[in-house]
Design a protein around this ligand. Sequence first.
Ligand SMILES: [Fe+2]
Length: 300
Amino acid sequence: MDSRARRPESPWPALGYGAGLRAQHYTEIFSQPSRIDWFEAITENHFDSGGRPLHVLERLRRDHAVALHGVALSIGSADPLDESYLAKLQALAERIEPALITDHLCWCGVDGTVLHDLLPLPYTEEALAHVVDKVRRVQDRLRRQILLENPSTYIAFAHSTMPEWTFMAELAAAADCGILLDVNNIYVSARNLDFDPYAYVDGIPVDRVAQIHLAGFTDMGTYLFDTHSAPVSDDVWSLYAYACERFGEVSTLVEWDADIPPLERLVAEVDRARAIGAPRGGDDEKADAGAVRPAATIGG
Ligand SMILES: [Fe+2]
């Protein structure tokens, strides 16, 4: 019997183990059965109602659950919400009926200037109140909950008054939204900013985690760069195993966005996530990726 904590009351859908939908795999996805349970589509790539990406997504949707993953909501910006953006998102959601709608805890521009990046926020009470208000407005507009993802970060604001995990926890409670916990982002940020990634996982409320992301980073020597261009690192697999012990089985997705490999290589990463995340059978013989917190963790 699985010894891990279960979440029988979880309101979030159990989607299994998925992969990011990328154009390089369109043909392979439909020409061969795969072991990918569900797919995540970049929201903004499917706003064009006449494009091939939307056609593919609609076809995929017949047999698979889909999440819409946005990169341009800019929930943390001081600018007001973009009503035209929300109208497109609402229309796409009505068309695709995604299992989850997600975006990032970040800001992408200000005064109408779009910076095409996912920039971190200062973690203060003022910023928290601002983001809570905007998340509530988005959820009222969409008439459903959204998930926000923890960013990968390279700098921190000196005037932050709380760690990111506390900000995430308080945001989820006050706005009544879900958390998309990117385990690779936790690890990348922990290495770059010198904090304990296991303390981060411990600080996230179990009942708010609706999805987990896994991805690969690039070691730039003096910092880790969240490139999504490599296999998931062993340290991130270990942190994922630890997260699974805390959160139980959570819908998990592998992101691979640069130097994209053949589909079979991506499936292997998804299989490894399943081997770690899926409830164990009669013993603990399944993949042991190190679910125990290391005695000496980075930054901690
Ligand atoms: Fe992610």
